[in-house]
Ligand binder design. Structure first.
Ligand SMILES: Cc1cc2nc3c(=O)[nH]c(=O)nc-3n(C[C@H](O)[C@H](O)[C@H](O)COP(=O)(O)OP(=O)(O)OC[C@H]3O[C@@H](n4cnc5c(N)ncnc54)[C@H](O)[C@@H]3O)c2cc1C
Length: 464
C-alpha cells in the first residue's frame, strides 16, 4: 500500500514538473543522500531527486508533496557539516537547487535578486567586477550556494567586520506549507513593518520552507587590503591580543586563529612556510583606503610588538593569498591526521577567550584525545576538532563525551553551540541545553506554523 502511495506521489511530481526534473535512478538517489558531515548520521536513500528550474516549479513541487505527505529535503551543494541536507526518510524527496543558478544585479540600488542555487563565489566574482562587494565568505564559498548559505546563516573570516549572511538578506521569496508562496522584506535597508520573517528564515536550515529567491544587499568594494601574521609562543596570550586589537581603535576585516597542531597539519598538507615551532598564530586582515590600511597595519604591529608577539606583514598580494590559502586548507588538512574527526564550531564572548582556550585544552588532556583548534577568533567562533581513529570505538566514544563538555563550557560562558555550521542532525540534543524548556517550545511552535505536517527537513534542528 505504502509503495503504491509513494509511486503515485512521485508520478504526480513528474507530471507537475516534467519527468526531466524528477530523477528516480538509484545512483542519483544514493549520491544525493550524503553531505559533507564528517561523522555518521541517520540517513535514508530518498525516493527521488527533484531539480526545480523556476519559482513556479518550487511552488508546484511543495503543493504536491504537501498533498501526498512527502518529506522535502532541500539541498544546495551538500557542503553542510551537520547533516542538514541529508534525507532522513525514504519516503522523501531531495530538492536540489543546482538548476536555479541565475541572478540579476541592480547596480544603482546596490542590491541583487538571486536564485538559491547560485554558487557564492561566482556571484562574488561578478559583483566585484562591478565595484560592489558581497562579504559573506564561508571557507566553502567556491562551491556552496546562496540558498545553503541563507539556510545556515553562513559566516566566514570577513564576517567579523561585515557581518554574517543574515545582514545581507533584505528579502526572500519562499514556499511554505501547502505550496503557499510568501514574500518577505524589500530591496531597502530600512523596513520595520511587522515581525522580521526574513531574518527568521535565514538560519532555518530548510525546516520552515524552501527559499526560491532572495534579495541581497551589496556594499562598495573596499579598494585595498593587507594581511599581517602574528606568531605566539604562549596560547594564553592569544585571547589578550585579540582584545587589545579589537579595543585599540582597529577594526580588522578578518582575525583568524590557528593553534600549533593546526599549523603543523596545513604545513604537512600543502606547505606555505608557516613556522612549526610556535604555539599559535593569528592571521589579521585590514581593508579600506590605502592610507587607512597602512595606518591600521602599523597600529597592529605596535600593539602586538608591545606584548612581545612577533608580527610580519605580507609584502605582496601573492604572499597574503598564500597565508589565506593555508587557512582555507585546514578542513582537508585535518582529514590527513586521523581517520575520524568531530568538528564543532562553538562561540565564546570574546572577553572569555583568554580563559576558555586553555580550558578547552584541559578537556582534550582529560579525555586523552588529539584536539586541533582554529577559527574566526575575532568573533569568538572556534572550530574545535577532536581527532580519533575510526576503528577504535572506545576512542570515538571518548571523543563524543569530550564534545558534551565542550558545549557545556561554551554555554557556561554565555556562548553558543554553533556559530555557523547550524544544528542539523548532529547538535539537536545541545540546542535544548541552549534554549531551555520555554525557548524550545517557542521554536517548535514556529516550526509548526510554517509546516504543520512536519514535511520540511523533518528531524533536523528540533525534535517535535
Ligand atoms: C571545507 C568546508 C569548510 C566550511 N567552512 C564554513 C565556514 O567557514 N563558514 C560556514 O558558515 N560554513 C562552512 N562550511 C559549512 C557549509 O559549507 C555551509 O553551511 C554552507 O552554507 C552550506 O551551503 P550548501 O549550498 O552546501 O548547502 P547544503 O549543505 O546543501 O544545505 C545546507 C542546509 O541548507 C538547506 N537548504 C539548501 N538550500 C535551501 C533552500 N533553497 N531553501 C531552504 N533550505 C535550503 C538544506 O536543507 C540544509 O539544511 C564549510 C564546509 C566545508 C565542507
Amino acid at each position: 500500500m505504502f509503495g503504491v502511495l509513494k509511486r503515485n506521489g512521485i508520478d504526480r511530481l513528474s507530471k507537475a514538473l516534467g519527468s526531466e526534473k524528477v530523477n528516480t535512478s538509484i545512483v542519483e538517489r544514493k549520491l544525493y543522500s550524503y553531505d559533507a558531515t564528517p561523522i555518521p548520521v541517520e540517513r535514508e536513500v530518498p525516493s527521488a531527486v527533484v531539480f526545480p528550474e523556476s519559482k513556479e516549479d518550487v511552488q508546484k513541487l511543495v503543493e504536491v508533496c504537501y498533498e501526498e505527505n512527502i518529506p522535502i529535503f532541500a539541498r544546495g551543494a551538500g557542503s553542510g557539516l551537520t547533516g542538514g541536507a541529508v534525507p532522513t526518510s525514504s519516503k522523501g524527496v531531495v530538492v536540489s537547487f543546482e538548476r536555479m543558478n541565475r541572478f540579476e544585479v541592480n547596480v544603482d540600488n546596490t542590491t541583487a535578486t538571486v536564485q538559491p542555487g547560485v554558487v557564492t563565489y561566482e556571484f562574488q566574482q561578478h559583483v566585484e567586477k562591478l565595484g560592489l562587494f558581497y562579504p559573506p565568505d564561508p571557507s566553502s564559498f567556491k562551491y556552496s550556494t546562496i540558498g545553503g548559505n541563507i539556510a545556515e546563516n553562513a559566516g566566514g573570516p570577513r564576517c567579523l567586520k561585515y557581518g554574517v549572511t543574515r545582514e545581507y538578506v533584505l528579502g526572500i521569496e519562499a514556499v511554505i506549507k501547502e505550496g503557499k508562496t510568501i514574500r518577505t522584506g524589500n530591496p531597502v535597508i530600512k523596513d520595520v513593518a511587522g515581525y522580521d520573517i526574513t531574518k527568521l528564515f535565514v538560519g532555518s536550515e530548510g525546516t520552515l520552507g524552501l527559499v526560491s529567491e532572495a534579495t541581497l544587499k551589496l556594499i562598495p568594494k573596499p579598494p585595498k587590503r593587507a594581511t599581517a601574521l602574528a606568531l605566539f609562543e604562549r596560547l594564553e596570550d592569544v585571547g589578550s591580543a585579540v582584545t587589545r586589537i579589537m579595543t585599540g581603535g582597529i577594526f580588522p576585516s578578518a582575525l583568524e586563529f590557528m593553534d600549533r597542531d593546526a599549523i603543523r597539519a596545513v604545513e604537512d598538507f600543502k606547505p606555505v612556510g608557516l613556522p612549526r615551532d610556535v604555539e599559535a598564530l593569528l592571521l589579521i586582515e585590514v581593508d579600506g583606503s590605502e592610507g587607512a590600511v597602512r595606518e591600521q597595519i602599523k597600529q597592529i604591529e605596535d600593539v602586538l610588538s608591545s606584548m612581545g608577539v612577533k608580527v610580519k606583514t605580507a609584502q605582496s598580494e601573492e604572499e597574503a593569498q598564500k597565508l589565506w590559502t593555508a587557512r582555507k586548507n585546514l578542513g582537508p588538512a585535518l582529514g590527513n591526521l586521523k581517520s575520524g574527526k568531530i568538528n564543532e564550531d562553538i562561540v565564546f564572548p570574546r572577553i572569555y577567550l583568554a580563559e576558555a582556550l586553555p580550558r578547552l585544552r584541559e578537556i582534550a588532556k582529560r579525555y586523552d584525545l588529539m584536539m586541533v583548534i582554529f577559527g574566526h577568533i575575532g568573533d569568538g567562533n572556534l572550530h574545535v576538532n577532536f581527532l580519533y581513529d575510526k576503528a577504535n570505538k572506545e576512542e570515538e566514544e571518548r571523543a563524543e563525551r569530550a564534545v558534551d563538555e565542550v558545549f557545556e563550557l561554551a554555554l557556561s560562558y554565555h556562548g553558543s553551540i554553533t556559530g555557523e555550521h547550524g544544528v542539523g542532525l548532529t547538535k539537536r540534543k545541545f540546542l535544548k541545553w541552549q534554549f531551555g524548556e520555554t525557548g524550545y517550545e517557542l521554536l517548535k511552535g514556529i516550526k509548526l506554523l510554517f509546516d504543520p505536517k512536519n514535511l520540511f527537513n523533518p528531524g533536523k534542528v528540533i525534535e517535535l
